[in-house]
Design a protein around this ligand. Structure first.
Ligand code: FUB
Length: 316
């Protein structure tokens, strides 16, 4: 797709642009959003759908990084990571998440393993949210042979990571089965065994977040996917299923969400197939709408809008 006239070169960013509502990123196909709030900005990491029109499967080689101070004015940074930056990977830059710890930025990412059957999760590390990033281990953190709750080869995808109040980090991931494990302090090794989280109709895309004493585990359910969620008072569960958070998008089989608070507002970031030109399940686009919490901590169903969020509109 061609860039729109609103794109200009600026600073160390490749381009800057002003969001005109949803989809937020309209000049290329983006998917699997994962947002990081750091230093007064939102860093939005996405996959990059490049399947040509007519190809009905994912083609994704790299991840992208965008940043904003107000959810409206965005900068696009140089491509910070590619699947092939993991030398042991065959390709497929699927879903990912970046988290900061001790001034380092750890990027957990799903790729196709080059020599072990199936998908795997790698971790890259950088000194800034925009990189450069490099493989932190030289090997996968999670491979398909480490998870035996299902025999499929694509259950080790969609990593989501959290650092709890006590400093312990946890990785959640999965397809068909939702897995989680503790991470060691170095963030690049699992600490202990891999557990299965018991969740109804789990498809994929777990996103773990915490707010006001509650843990929230949102995830894609069914197929085509809707986003549902569970809550717990403990990171180790038990998780109580709370129902639908976001309905089926209708123009994309998948909906992959990210949830953040930024400058006092809560945001639900997801993808659908809303770009008119060939958009759909394999040429997706990232959208942002308001997320609202009820007084008891439960979540109101997201209203997907064309208008999206303007600066300061993501009210609780
Ligand atoms: O982008 C490839 C896959 O599609 C992701 O891993 C899933 O979450 C779905 O969005």
């Amino acid at each position: 797709m061609n860039m729109t006239a609103s794109h200009v070169k600026s600073g160390n960013a490749d381009t800057s642009f002003v969001s005109k509502g949803n989809p937020v990123i309209a000049h290329k196909y983006t998917a699997d959003p994962a947002a990081l709030v750091y230093g007064g900005k939102v860093y939005l990491y996405t996959g990059h759908d490049v399947a040509p029109p007519g190809k009905e499967f994912y083609e994704m080689h790299e991840w992208l990084c965008f940043s904003t101070s107000d959810m409206v004015h965005w900068e696009e940074h140089p491509v910070p990571l590619k699947a092939k930056d993991f030398a042991w990977a065959k390709g497929d830059a699927w879903a990912s998440q970046v988290i900061e710890k001790g001034g380092k930025f750890y990027w957990y990412a799903a790729v196709e393993h080059g020599s072990i059957r199936g998908k795997a999760i790698g971790v890259a590390v950088g000194d800034s949210p925009t990189g450069p990033f490099k493989d932190a281990r030289g090997s996968a953190l999670v491979t398909n042979d480490m998870t035996t709750a299902t025999s499929i080869g694509w259950d080790d995808i969609d990593p989501s990571v959290i650092i709890d109040d006590d400093g312990r980090a946890y990785l959640f991931w999965g397809n068909t089965k939702c897995y989680y494990a503790r991470l060691k302090d170095n963030m690049t090794e699992l600490d202990g065994s891999i557990q299965v989280v018991d969740l109804p109709a789990f498809t994929e895309a777990p996103w773990i977040h915490r707010k006001n004493g509650w843990y929230y585990l949102s995830y894609a359910s069914g197929f085509p996917e809707k986003i549902v969620y569970a809550m717990s008072k403990n990171i180790n569960g038990p998780w109580r299923y709370k129902g639908i958070l976001n309905e089926i998008a209708g123009n994309s089989n998948t909906n992959h969400q990210s949830i953040i608070d930024f400058k006092g507002k809560s945001y639900f970031i997801y993808h659908n197939g809303a770009i008119n030109t060939n958009g759909g399940s394999f040429r997706r686009s990232v959208c942002i709408d308001a997320l609202k919490y009820n007084k008891d901590g439960t979540l109101q169903r997201v209203v997907m809008t064309s208008e999206g969020v303007s600066a300061g509109s993501g009210k609780n």
